[in-house]
Design a protein around this ligand. Structure first.
Ligand SMILES: *Cc1c(COP(=O)(O)O)cnc(C)c1O
Length: 367
């Protein structure tokens, strides 16, 4: 049997007819840039998250970059986030000229350890940027409280958490702005790059509309050195079709995760399983486990046709590109340890029970 870590094929088979219709409509209209589907998808996705405004952009990275800029983050500022995330979280901050400042993670949820945030705040801190990593929401209440006390903005990185709930509220509607990616393998993925920033603030929305479209006001006037970062109309049309299925897909991910967890618990395999906090509805963008002999496990599974991946092997503070920040090995021990042990098992909504059983069975032979 072959089991891929994720696959988009089965999903496409299920929605092919609707997607082709939606794409055909855009092609016929000829309105490829900021066409009708962009505005409609912005409204629909913002409503889905319980937020007033959605601004479609090029990618999740640009959503972070422009979201930070629109919150007033710039050169000389510091933004607090965690080193245990995809590099784009930090790049979005750096692109504004600001400096990412790291705080270690909580070992169970793999999200920012809120008890360590205040120690990282300085005169230059402008914002806190939690990541809802793997689809598990960060503990937002303490973050909002700390931000309020120190007059900081809160920018959510929701790239892995479309539909996740924090205390029964959708992530993306809790901070000042939130940033989504529609990279194809995300819980809600386009057929190419795409992203969105959400906000309840009229002012932040207005700034984002300028920033993504050459700083343009009307047709010919430019009042800000903006960028070209718009959600493509074809992608928006496809995303509108897919949004209708997001809840069902997230539920399937949860069902798959429950089965993995049940089987692993029954099997006495020595590994750390994903955790779901009381306040959280996890949407399992990934199903990461921790094993001591990761290299061996990956190789053995690969021999059996099971592909796994590592999210992420190197914490950002030890990445070459961020040497200039001056961090050292040992600065964030929890992140560093998790980077050495974490392993993503196959996870996507259409994964079958038989495939999950096969993965667990093969895991039991090597751990
Ligand atoms: C995917 C991802 C991003 C970047 O999104 P792109 O659309 O690929 O630019 C940012 N942050 C996290 C946590 C991600 O997983």
């Amino acid at each position: 049997m072959k089991v891929d870590v994720f696959s988009l094929k089965r999903q496409y088979e299920a929605i092919k007819v609707e997607v082709k219709e939606a794409v055909e409509k855009v092609m016929q209209s000829g309105a490829f840039i900021l066409g009708q589907d962009v505005g409609l998808f912005e409204q629909e996705f913002a409503r889905y998250c319980g937020v007033k405004y959605g601004i479609g952009v090029n990618s999740g990275t640009d959503a972070l970059f422009l979201g930070c800029l629109a919150c007033g983050v710039g050169k000389g500022d510091e933004v607090i986030t965690m080193p245990y995330t995809y590099i784009a979280t930090a790049l979005g901050i750096s692109m504004t000229g600001a400096r990412p400042v790291f705080v270690d993670i909580d070992e169970r949820t793999y999200n920012i350890d809120t008890s360590k945030i205040e120690k990282a705040i300085t005169e230059k801190t402008r914002a806190i940027l939690p990541v809802h990593l793997y689809g598990h929401p960060a503990d937002m209440d303490p973050i909002i409280e700390i931000a309020g006390k120190h007059n900081l903005k809160v920018i959510e990185d929701c790239a892995q958490a479309h539909g996740a709930l924090y205390k029964n509220k959708k992530v993306g509607g809790i901070g000042d702005t939130s940033c989504f990616s529609f990279y194809p393998t995300k819980n809600l993925g386009a057929f190419g790059d795409g992203g969105m920033v959400l906000t309840n603030s009229e002012e932040i929305k207005a700034r984002l509309l300028l920033l993504r479209d050459y700083g343009r006001k009307g047709r010919y006037e430019h009042i800000e050195k903006g960028y070209n970062s718009r959600l493509d109309t074809l992608q928006a049309a496809i995303l509108r079709v897919k949004l209708e299925y997001l809840d069902k897909w997230d539920e399937n991910r949860r069902k798959n995760a429950r089965l993995y967890t049940k089987l692993f618990k029954e099997s006495n395999i020595d590994l750390v399983l994903p955790y779901e906090a009381d306040y959280a509805k996890h949407v399992y963008h990934l199903y990461p486990v921790r094993v001591k002999n990761r290299k061996e496990v990956m190789e053995k599974l690969a021999e059996k046709g099971i592909r796994t991946l590592i999210h992420y092997p190197i914490p950002i503070h030890l990445q070459e590109v961020y040497k200039d920040l001056g961090y050292r090995k040992g600065d964030f021990p929890v992140s560093e340890r998790c980077c050495e042990e974490i392993l993503s098992l196959p996870m996507y909504p259409e994964l079958s029970e038989e495939e999950i059983r096969y993965v667990v069975e093969e895991m039991s032979k090597v751990t």
